[in-house]
Design a protein around this ligand. Structure first.
Ligand code: UDP
Ligand code: MG
Length: 195
């Protein structure tokens, strides 16, 4: 079996990571693993040991301890082990996340690059508020949580993106445009790696 390939997908909350990942899945056959979705699923499991902890972290826009997130990611990768290419969306978003990943999963996979959806925070916040108003059902699509999520992005996630930039591993997409226009930029990246 070949080593699983991984692409990290990062960007501020509301940059369109999940939306674009779905399109990548359809066109290029990756498995999409959203760390946030995996945490929300774990939170929803009756009797989950971590349910309450996850809920309070998410509502406060804080980053859940990496042991929990990495074990959910690894489990999800194992469940799809016949597939060998994964989009890991919304992770790693802190130094704790990065160290946890490097200590446990990194050696078992090949990280291809980091796909970074670049978008001004005001636009991102508006999108999340609109998503909340349209019934996303997310307990963090409200202004109080969003302000905290943005702060966390700036203080904890931006340095991770910078770290990968220094390793020349970041491919940046302008995420301010329409879904289809953004995807056109995404295809330029993926057509080249597939070639
Ligand atoms: N989260 C986390 N670790 C992760 C991914 C997500 O702790 O690796 C938590 C964090 O509280 C974050 C929330 O889940 O604010 C929502 O993450 P998601 O990626 O779904 O939101 P997005 O950034 O796409 O708006
Ligand atoms: Mg998302």
């Amino acid at each position: 079996m070949s080593v699983p390939k991984v692409i990290f997908v990062l960007g501020p909350p509301g940059a369109g990571k999940g939306t674009q990942c779905q399109k990548i899945v359809q066109k290029y056959g990756y498995v999409h693993l959203s760390a946030g979705d995996l945490l929300r699923e774990e939170r929803a499991k009756p009797g989950s040991q971590y349910g309450e902890l996850i809920e309070s972290y998410i509502r406060d826009g804080k980053i859940v301890p990496v042991e929990i997130t990495c074990s959910l990611l690894e489990k999800a990768m194992m469940a799809k082990s016949e597939m060998n290419k994964f989009l890991i969306d919304g992770f790693p978003r802190s130094e704790n996340n990065l160290n946890g990943w490097n200590d446990s999963v990194d050696k078992k996979v090949k990280l291809l690059f980091v796909l970074y959806f670049d978008c001004p925070l005001e636009i991102c916040t508006e999108r999340c508020l609109a998503r909340g108003a349209a019934g996303s059902g997310r307990s963090d699509d409200n202004i109080e949580s969003l302000n905290k999520r943005v702060k966390t992005f700036l203080s904890e996630t931006a340095p991770i993106i910078q770290h990968y930039k220094e390793l020349d591993m970041v491919k940046t997409v302008d995420a301010t445009k329409s879904e289809d226009e953004v995807f056109t930029e995404v295809t330029e990246i993926f057509d080249n790696i597939e070639a």
